[in-house]
Design a binder for this molecule. Structure first.
Ligand code: NAP
Length: 244
């Protein structure tokens, strides 16, 4: 079996390192890539082909792990050359996933929940051919969601609905607690019902949200656009809060 990578950054390199089997070969290309990616590729023992088109033609599983912005154009360009599974791992919305499905023969919608380089990355998958990717379970935990492309993207976005709205609420309540000089006590009483590590997790969530407020608010905007037929009072409030 050959696994081809379009994009050879953190995600692809980690998968390449994890999937260690004599029955699996890998391929990618240097076509148009930055010095950083070229270095990443050259320091790995991976076959380098002339073009990404060649990678798509040759691969049984073609992994797209580039960036949310280029996921669709990459699928438009190389999807038609892939006759095996096209596994899209980019952080994209359900709308983009369904659009990609128009350009790809056999799409599997994938999402890494958490960071790929965390201790236990979990890969969620949806699409008709997910059973053909069962072998991945030997190397990292995978979870099959359904046969419907787009279900994983919806789940990933729902997770964002919850985590980003809760973060906005945490920021607001911690600000009020601070104003009353009761921040420590506030987290202590919450920990009674929410669990001992609640304070640590909440403070980390608040810092992370404030440090990345522009990106987070863009992601909330995407959620609002994507689920525009749902009642999104809380998400809209979180969006407003992060834009303050
Ligand atoms: N890192 C994570 O833990 C994580 C978790 C969940 C989801 N994701 C998603 O997975 C995707 C990849 O993430 P990453 O962390 O691996 O990113 P990364 O480290 O920035 O790597 C991206 C790779 O894609 C290449 N690339 C970009 N545009 C391309 C194009 N049009 N054609 C071919 N190659 C292209 C880049 O090459 P150049 O250097 O030449 O630009 C680079 O090799 C993203 O969509 C991200 O949202 C990542």
């Amino acid at each position: 079996m050959i696994i081809g990578f379009i994009g050879f950054g953190k995600v692809s390199k980690t998968l390449f390192d994890l999937i260690d089997s004599p029955e699996i070969d890998f391929a990618t290309s240097l076509e148009g890539r930055s010095a950083k990616t070229i270095e990443n590729i050259e320091s790995s023992n991976i076959e380098v082909l002339e073009s990404f088109e060649d990678v798509a033609i040759k691969s049984d599983v073609l992994v797209s792990a580039t960036s949310p912005k280029s996921a669709l154009s990459v699928a438009k360009k190389y999807g038609k050359h892939s006759n095996g599974i096209y596994l899209d791992l980019n952080n994209i919305s359900p709308k983009t996933t369904l659009e990609i499905d128009n350009y790809v023969n056999c799409l599997v919608d994938g999402a890494i929940i958490g960071k790929i380089d965390s201790n236990n990355p979990v890969l969620y998958l949806s699409g008709e051919k997910i059973d053909d990717l069962k072998f991945l379970n030997e190397f990292l935990e995978t979870k099959k969601i359904s046969d419907n492309v787009g279900d994983v993207a919806i789940l990933k976005m729902l997770r964002s609905v919850y985590t980003k709205s809760v973060s906005a609420l945490l920021i607001e309540s911690a600000e009020i607690a601070q104003k009353h000089d009761l921040k420590e006590e506030f987290f202590d009483i919450l920990a009674l019902t929410e669990g001992e590590d609640f304070k640590e997790k909440s403070l980390s969530r608040i810092t992370n949200t404030l440090n990345n407020s522009k990106r987070k608010s863009e992601e909330l905007e995407e959620i609002i656009d994507c689920f525009d037929d749902s009642d999104l009072i809380m998400v809209k409030a979180a969006f407003k809060k992060l834009n303050r």
